[in-house]
Design a protein around this ligand. Structure first.
Ligand SMILES: [Zn+2]
Ligand SMILES: [Zn+2]
Length: 429
């Protein structure tokens, strides 16, 4: 057997010829090389032989993850972008993630943002076989960025789309659009999407009020949508709960980072949901206790947080948690819950917590998990994660799973954002 790691290539010398390599069927090599997840390793395998190179290149270009936050990083990516203009490489890309940012609040003559956005757009317009597209933008806010999202994506097989941009305005803005009357959902690549993360300004949506209401009746728009993150804002203000849209599409997995009041008035729209994620607020269990039938299909629910008394006492907090979660016994299919690491103060308001604040941690003991299991027989997975911090700054998560014998086993997992969770990452991690 051989192994290759990031620091040294330990293939025996005799294996470095096509002759010897050819002794094993190509399918076996493809299988083995497909297990390499590090791009540096794949690049080294490319150097071994022409056969290995042919096998490795599709794995190398399957996922392109671009992270540009300063001019030097932009320069570093230029050669990759030039390569991706060649169909031989661009046709191999199935997943493209771009995280682009800039330190300026406003566009300045020295800003590289226009060039970066244009470059990203030009690359995306070559990716015919793309399945997943993530654009996370922290560029200085402008009215005419990301125009490539409106019609410049050639794929007709896009399955997952994340648009996370809180500053740039879309084509329906009132601040001097250069886009004309196009809107995000009119783009042809939108029709095949099953998972959508909309974290953007309302001016990207349809209609003067920038909501989803106007596309509810348009059955040709997002007809296959199953998972939705809905964090659409007008300036800083989150738009209302998309109740009619939820029931008009086959959506079963949903995250809404808003107040529970509009949610409470729209609970009927949750009747098809299997996974529901909201910001931590114990009022959620009160809502569920009032009308458990509406939530009967739920298998996955969160996010909860441990309440804190004036004196931090783990036993007392455990009792409070068990008490607070008791209304969930009405949900017979519930197998997964999400909890935060944090213990929040009694006067806690989810919207006042910031990523800079520090809060106490709750120790999840096995006896506590056992008490939960006794009360909730269907519960077999608890994901404890860091909320409010972006994934790249968040602390490790914990995943507790109940094994067939009834024993809980916990392990650390990388931080996941809500979209990762909606997309089923906990099932495969
Ligand atoms: Zn800029
Ligand atoms: Zn943007």
């Amino acid at each position: 057997m051989f192994y290759i790691n990031g620091t040294r290539n330990v293939l025996p010398v005799s294996w470095h010829t096509d002759n010897n390599v050819a002794r094993l069927p190509t399918e076996l090599w493809t299988h083995a090389i497909g297990h390499l997840s590090c791009k540096q390793d794949l690049t080294k395998v490319c150097l071994v032989s022409s056969l290995f190179c042919a096998i490795s290149v599709p794995f190398l270009y399957h996922t392109i993850d671009v992270h540009i936050s300063d001019e030097a990083e932009w320069d570093n990516h230029r050669s990759l972008f030039i390569k991706l203009y060649e169909p031989g490489f661009s046709n191999l890309v199935k997943m493209f993630k771009a995280r682009i940012g800039c330190d300026s609040v406003h566009r300045s003559p020295s800003c590289y943002c226009d060039a970066v956005d244009e470059g990203i757009g030009r690359v995306i317009s070559t990716l015919k076989n793309l399945k997943t597209l993530c654009v996370e933008c922290r560029l200085c806010g402008m009215y005419d960025r990301h125009s490539y999202l409106l019609d410049g994506i050639p794929t007709r097989h896009l399955e997952a789309f994340k648009f996370n941009c809180k500053k740039c305005h879309g084509p329906n803005n009132t601040g001097g659009s250069t886009f004309g009357s196009k809107h995000l959902f009119a783009a042809p690549n939108m029709q095949t999407i099953t998972s959508l993360n909309l974290s953007c300004q309302s001016s990207w949506l349809v209609g003067g009020d920038g909501t989803l209401k106007t596309i509810v009746q348009r059955r040709d728009i997002l007809p296959l949508l199953k998972s939705l993150v809905y964090d659409v804002r007008a300036g800083e203000t989150l738009l209302g709960f998309p109740n009619k849209f939820l029931v008009s599409r086959p959506i079963t997995r949903f995250y809404y980072p808003g107040y529970l009041r509009p949610f409470e008035e729209s609970t009927y729209s949750c009747v098809n949901l299997e996974c529901l994620l909201l910001l931590p607020d114990w009022y959620l269990t009160t809502i569920i206790a009032r009308q458990p039938g509406v939530f009967a299909h739920l298998k996955h629910l969160g996010v909860f947080r441990a309440p804190m008394d004036e004196v931090v006492d783990n036993n007392r907090t455990e009792n409070d948690m068990v008490e607070e979660l008791r209304p969930l016994t009405a949900l017979k299919h519930l197998h997964t819950i999400e909890i935060t690491h944090w213990i929040a103060p009694a006067q806690y308001d989810a919207f006042e917590m910031s990523e800079q604040d520090s809060y106490a941690f709750f120790e999840y003991t096995e006896s506590f998990l056992q008490r939960l299991a006794d009360e909730h027989p269907s519960l077999c997975r608890i994901h404890i994660g860091d909320i409010f911090r972006p994934v790249d700054l968040a602390m490790e998560g914990m995943l507790w799973e109940r094994e067939p014998g009834g024993v809980w086993a916990g392990r650390e997992i990388p931080p996941l954002d809500k979209w990762d969770v909606l997309n089923g990452m906990l099932d495969v991690i």
